[in-house]
Ligand binder design. Structure first.
Ligand SMILES: Nc1ncnc2c1ncn2[C@@H]1O[C@H](COP(=O)(O)OP(=O)(O)OP(=O)(O)O)[C@@H](O)[C@H]1O
Ligand SMILES: [Mg+2]
Length: 315
């Protein structure tokens, strides 16, 4: 039986994105701005939401707090078609929330309040889900209930059951190196950002960093590099993919949307390099609107946009 669908495990937050804020006044007062949007986000929450928007049956293994924010996150995901039966509500904790003040030039300082969202864990239900899906996206590195072996157990369960395993990071600490090295032998596609790749490997050259991750066990590596596109290193190809030439409104969740687009295209049988191009197009649409979904509407609309947009020369 061909396995289908995606399970994402790791961080879930609520992103509150406001634009444009070019300076924070030191005195009280209210100013009018272009827009404010709220959406589920995080290394697990965002890809689950975006993949659902792209037509992938997706489920989220994560946690929210027992507050209004948590109920909002659950409702937004559920409305979007994400299976939230493995999204736990943790009593006595707030939901993880990030406030992002995006400037008119797209710079986005963020303010994060810790909460339940980082406490994803591997329950028996989560393990079962991982053994049923076609794709497991692991966004749990740094999670206190996942690092040190639990996270590995779900990655191994998915991999053994034949799922394609993808992995992305958020704000890794030095201790992430040990955890990444533990996971990578079971990861098919590792998708860190350029800053994360340089931080973890000490290599400034992204191709060298990708090869280091492959020497740690990752079968393939895609390093996301903002407006400069991405570096894609597969068994048979090693190349730079340019980003699309767009005017970014808000690049929040671009990295997560690249992952979701990549997975959605792979799940439709696209070759990995073409799937990376689709991930790039998904990210370009996310960058053109506020918060996690930006201007992403569907797989078909993203494919149509991909044909219309032109590639940037900034690679
Ligand atoms: N200014 C931009 N113009 C066009 N495309 C962009 C721009 N910024 C990001 N992208 C696209 O989004 C992809 C992912 O962005 P980025 O490299 O910033 O990921 P990230 O650092 O993981 O982001 P996140 O903060 O969402 O985790 C890039 O590879 C690129 O294709
Ligand atoms: Mg990222």
């Amino acid at each position: 039986m061909k396995k289908n669908g995606l399970a994402c495990i790791g961080l879930t937050t609520l992103d509150v994105v406001a634009r444009a804020i070019d300076e924070l006044p030191k005195v009280e007062g209210t100013g009018l701005i272009e827009g404010i949007a709220c959406a589920p986000a995080g290394t697990a929450g965002a890809p689950a939401l975006l993949a659902a928007r792209l037509g992938v049956a997706s489920r989220l293994i994560s946690a929210v707090g027992d507050d209004l924010t948590g109920r909002f996150i659950r409702a937004a995901l559920s409305d979007a078609g994400v299976d939230v039966s493995d999204l736990e509500t943790l009593p006595g904790l707030p939901s993880s929330t990030t406030l992002l003040a995006v400037s008119s030039s797209g710079v986005r300082p963020g303010f994060h309040a810790l909460g339940a969202g980082m406490l994803a864990r591997v329950t028996p239900g989560a393990l079962q889900a991982a053994s049923e899906v076609g794709f497991l996206h692991y966004g749990g590195v740094g999670g206190p209930k996942l690092d040190g072996g639990e996270g590995l157990s779900i990655v191994q369960a998915a991999s053994r059951a034949g799922a394609v395993v993808t992995c992305d990071l958020i704000a890794p600490q030095p201790s992430a190196i040990e955890e990444v090295r533990r996971l990578l032998p079971h990861v098919d596609y590792f998708l860190p950002s350029a800053a994360e790749a340089v931080f973890l490997t000490g290599q400034q050259d992204l191709f060298a960093a990708a090869e280091t991750f492959r020497s740690w066990g990752a079968k393939a590596c895609i390093i996301k590099n903002g407006g400069r596109g991405s570096v894609v290193v597969l068994d048979d190809v090693s190349t730079t993919l340019p980003a699309y030439a767009i005017t970014p409104v808000d690049t929040t969740s671009c990295g997560d949307s690249y992952c979701a687009g990549f997975i959605a295209a792979l799940s439709r049988g696209w070759a990995p390099l073409d799937a990376a191009r689709f991930g790039t197009a998904t990210a370009a649409l996310v960058a053109q609107g506020l918060a996690t979904l930006g201007k992403v509407e569907s797989f078909e609309a993203t494919e149509a946009a991909m044909r219309q947009m032109t590639l940037s020369e900034a690679a």
